[in-house]
Design a protein around this ligand. Structure first.
Ligand code: DX5
Ligand code: ZN
Length: 214
């Protein structure tokens, strides 16, 4: 299992300290949630902050843009040194073009769908993306409750990937903990994002290890 802790639940007054344990932990990627107060009803952090996080982080950056018109920021995400750029299906009328722009910039491209968006909309883009991010909460906030229908969506997506021969990984974001993580693993998830479960744990590195070895 690839584990991608979400910085949204970190202590923003001590990002340096958070990056210290993180770099030495079994976590694989760092998940960065960028919000604009338009696509989602919250604002998190932007590029001036993330530039410093990127400088301190020794692991691949998994960037999740919860913003309208994410295509405007391909260059900024690339300059962070991101490994993966995730854009929402619901925010991109020209999704195929955006995925191409992300690839041209030299990054892996992910498409994200909200809890009310069915997996079937991915039919004509699944072969072009490196990853699908399934939201298991309504995006915008950490610490929400896992929406159970996500495990069924993971299975449906697994089938679509097999049918099309796509190489896309399946990532799940929201309300992930040891219990929901196990269900997601059984359903066929490849990557788990976890914010509050990891950052609020007495030993965050141990929480990462637990998710990794579910
Ligand atoms: C929510 C974000 C998530 C969030 C997850 O909009 O996309 O990445 O940090 O937080 P938890 O794991 O606490 O649900
Ligand atoms: Zn996220």
């Amino acid at each position: 299992m690839i584990v991608s802790p979400s910085l949204l639940s970190a202590d923003f007054a001590d990002l340096k300290g958070e990056m210290q344990w993180f770099n030495q932990s079994p976590a694989d990627w760092l998940h960065l949630d960028i919000m604009d107060g338009v696509f989602v009803p919250n604002i998190s952090f932007g590029f001036p902050v993330l530039k410093h996080v990127a400088r301190l982080c020794r692991k691949p950056l998994d960037v999740h843009l919860m913003i309208v018109q994410p295509e405007k920021f391909v260059q900024e995400v690339k300059e962070l040194g991101a490994y993966l750029m995730n854009v929402h299906y619901e925010a991109c009328p020209h999704l195929h073009r955006v995925i191409g722009q992300i690839h041209e910039a030299g990054m892996k491209a992910g498409v994200t769908i909200n809890p009310a968006t069915p997996v079937s909309v991915l039919q004509d883009i699944i072969e072009d993306v490196d990853l699908v991010l399934l939201m298991s909460v309504n995006p915008g906030f950490g610490g929400q409750k896992f929406i159970p229908h996500t495990t069924r969506k993971v299975k449906e997506l697994r089938e679509l990937i097999a049918e099309t021969g796509s190489k896309a990984l399946i990532e799940v974001d929201g309300g992930v903990n040891a219990e929901t993580g196990k269900l997601l693993k059984e359903a066929g998830a490849d990557v788990l994002v976890a914010g509050s479960y990891v950052f609020n744990a007495p030993d965050p590195a141990e929480a990462c290890a637990l998710l990794k070895n579910l």
